[in-house]
Design a protein around this ligand. Structure first.
Ligand code: RIB
Ligand code: NA
Length: 313
């Protein structure tokens, strides 16, 4: 059995259209290519951790439709524990229509559907799965109160938490920051949350420190090709990443967060875990799509996983 991780969050089906340029209001355009794949930030992070060999429990909700059934089958195929993946008749499974233009820029609509109906009771029913994990991971695609409930359960059971505030919106409750051991936003999320620019490293450090003051123990600000900025009580450290030729960055943040959770659950130090997660995210941006671009253990430099011990059960 591998390092234990619990992920609470949304599952979507990504419907990706590749177009020369994004349409303007009222316009109909011909797309060049279409692809469909498994997505949703929670599902993506869970799948990444499972692909590395983690023992992952997913907590989420699907609609009783072909998207939901396929998502469940995908989790099972990858060995993700689905005891806390629920179904509803009341809404469709989450979907994400995505348009990607010739420059790789995208626009995304998320209709989280069934994920909105995940209840606080269903979160509480997952207390055991949370309590026996080495890390709990949450994002912003399910209702706030359900996230807070999951984070409270983790805190009560001394389980460290990673909170990925994506997609960001301003005005997150103080309790959310205080219950996050690691608060992990990207550049644009940091700008939305702080109202501060993050163009230069100095600016990024100031913004990350502003987030740290709100209560998390650690802030990991992901900076795309610039790597990450790790900020905690000991100050700020920049952890660079190797430059690659990116072709599709959709889901790269989720690849990073899922990998980070895996290596922390495996007992690695923060900096070591960040370095390894950076390397894996760099592989993912060289592949098209979301989960379809996440490398499995066999596609990685063997060194990256060679010292991971199977967890005691
Ligand atoms: O982070 C990428 C994800 O955001 C996509 O898979 C899409 O479903 C949206 O949730
Ligand atoms: Na990708």
């Amino acid at each position: 059995t591998g390092p234990k991780i619990c992920v609470v969050g949304a599952c979507n089906i990504d419907l990706i259209s590749y177009v020369e340029r994004l349409p303007v209001l009222g316009e109909t355009l011909h797309g060049k290519k279409f692809s469909m794949g498994f997505g949703g930030k929670g599902a993506n992070q869970a799948v990444m951790a499972a692909k590395l060999g983690g023992e992952v429990a997913m907590v989420g909700k699907l609609g009783r439709d072909v998207f939901g059934e396929n998502t469940l089958a995908n989790f099972k195929k990858l060995g993700v524990n689905v005891s806390h993946v629920h179904f509803t008749e009341e809404a469709f499974s989450g979907v994400a229509p995505i348009a990607v233009d010739d420059n790789g820029a995208n626009s995304i609509i998320i209709v989280t559907g069934a994920s909105d109906l995940l209840s606080a009771e269903e979160i509480r029913a997952a207390e055991n799965a949370i309590a026996k994990s080495k890390v709990l991971v949450c994002q912003l695609e399910i209702p706030m109160e359900q996230n807070l409930e999951a984070l409270r359960i983790a805190r009560k059971n001394n389980v460290p938490t990673i909170f990925n505030p994506a997609p960001a919106r301003p005005g997150l409750p103080d309790e959310l920051y205080q219950l996050s051991d690691i608060f992990c936003p990207n550049e644009s999320e940091t700008e939305i949350l702080t109202g501060m620019p993050v163009e230069t490293m100095e600016q990024a450090e100031q913004a990350a420190k502003a987030l740290l003051e709100r209560g998390p123990k650690t802030v990991i600000l992901t900076l795309g090709e610039r790597g990450c900025l790790l900020v905690d009580a000991n100050g700020a450290r920049h952890i660079p990443t190797r430059k690659v030729e990116a072709i599709d960055t959709t889901g790269a943040g989720d690849c990073f967060v899922g990998s980070l959770a895996f290596f922390l659950a495996a007992g690695k130090s923060l900096e070591d875990a960040i370095n390894r997660a950076n390397k894996i995210a760099a592989v993912s941006v060289c592949g098209q799509g979301t989960q379809s671009s996440f490398p499995g253990a066999s596609e990685l430099d063997p060194e990256i996983l060679s010292d991971i011990q199977p967890a005691e059960s």
